[in-house]
Ligand binder design. Structure first.
Ligand code: NAD
Ligand code: DAU
Length: 339
């Protein structure tokens, strides 16, 4: 099996590359990544030593480069992780999100059609469903929850999902889509809440919490997302959407306080800053379909996953210190100063 993994130098894509090389040692995995601010070849250092792995630096929206790669490799499966992924950045520069997340997806769909891939899998997000109210704990996102997006990021991901489904209906392209809740774990870029809090708390810097910190996210350890996608590309039904989540709902304040406890740092580091515009209140996934149909089961709960993750950041300081001491400083200043 020859699998194209797009965005494999980012957080979830890199974890998926390692997961697949370990679980399917006979597969060939090719990664295409533009190496934006979020892509990091250091993350793939170990994978690059594996003869079954290859890396190509290219933009998924570059039709010529993508077609040449498909022609050369004859991929069986495409798993599209490549995206602009940060909601806050999408509020600053929506156009970049449209060009990568929508137009990039379209190029991959065209290539998959032209070169006859057996499965195109789109890695989507629970954010396409919008949000749920905080006072209705009985409500969850199912695969039939209407698309109702809040940010330019989620709107671009929803647009891509609709294109994927249209290519299935119109051209019979064999597609699947997964919509996962918030991931955390190794190689998570420090602009996102959990690695931001770990890296700043270790430096005794203030932790910026949006609004009152009462927004709820449904956290899944990244390897459980990888195992779900592995199942879907092998056993999932063509044309179907699968939600992925493990019922680990936490308020942002609960998450931050747990990290501070594990690091032995004081809660006085918490500071409240102006809220994110359009901030979604609560995400909560109903994973019944993937659990009953494909037998997926997460291996980690939040308690074990967050312990592992905090320890990973303590053991891999060089990886994230290289990031937070670089261009990231300007990003942080721009997004948070005087907020
Ligand atoms: P990330 O930002 O860490 O990584 C994105 C990767 O895509 C980077 O390596 C980047 O260089 C690459 N990339 C960006 N634009 C590209 C382009 N035009 N061509 C080629 N490569 C490009 O993102 P992530 O958190 O790993 O998310 C991966 C995917 O999973 C995204 O599609 C995201 O929408 C989805 N997702 C993320 C989460 C989460 O909690 N992080 C949850 C559900 C779904
Ligand atoms: O639900 C899946 C989505 O999860 C993915 O599709 C996105 O790619 C991914 O970035 C993530 O989106 P969120 O917006 O939920 O993640 P983020 O880490 O940016 O924020 C998590 C929560 O923490 C959210 O309620 C906003 C809040 N937050 C975030 C940052 C960066 C803060 O309070 N302070 C911060 O500095």
């Amino acid at each position: 099996m020859n699998i194209l993994v797009t965005g494999g130098a980012g957080f979830i894509g890199s974890n998926f590359v390692y997961y697949m090389l370990r679980e399917h040692p006979d597969y060939r995995i090719v990664c295409i990544d533009k190496l934006t601010y979020a892509g990091n070849l250091e993350t793939l250092e170990e994978a690059l030593k594996n003869p079954n792995f290859a890396f190509v630096k290219a933009d998924i929206a570059d039709r010529e480069a993508v077609y040449a790669l498909f022609e050369k490799e004859g991929f069986d499966v495409v798993v599209n992780f490549a995206a602009e992924s940060h909601v806050d950045r999408s509020i600053e520069t929506p156009e970049l999100f449209l060009s990568t997340n929508v137009m990039g997806t379209q190029v991959l769909l065209d290539a998959s059609r032209k070169y006859g891939v057996k499965r195109y899998h789109q890695v989507s997000t629970d954010e396409v469903y919008g949000d749920l109210p905080l006072d209705r704990k009985d409500l969850f996102f199912t695969e039939t929850t209407p698309i109702h997006t809040s940010s330019p990021y989620s709107a671009s991901k929803a647009a891509a999902d609709l294109l994927v489904l249209a290519y299935h209906r119109t051209y019979k392209l064999p597609v699947t889509i997964s919509r996962c809740s918030n991931n955390y774990g190794p190689y998570h870029f420090p602009e996102k809440l959990i690695p931001l809090v770990i890296s700043r708390a270790l430096a005794d810097e203030p932790l910026p919490i949006y609004g009152k910190g009462e927004n709820v996210r449904d956290w899944l350890f990244v390897e459980d997302h990888c195992s779900a996608i592995d199942l879907i590309i092998h056993k999932g039904r063509v044309g179907e959407v699968y939600n992925i989540g493990g019922h680990n709902e936490k308020t942002n304040l609960e998450v931050v306080k747990e990290i501070l406890k594990q690091l032995g740092k004081p809660e006085s580091l918490i500071t409240y800053v102006t809220d994110r515009p359009g901030h979604d209140m609560r995400y909560a996934i109903d994973p019944t379909k993937i659990v009953t149909e494909l037998g997926w089961k997460p291996a980690h709960d939040f308690e074990s996953g967050i312990k592992y993750t905090v320890q990973w950041y303590l053991d891999n300081r060089k990886w994230w210190e290289n990031i937070v001491n670089g261009e990231y400083k300007n990003y942080y200043e721009k997004m948070y100063s005087g907020r």
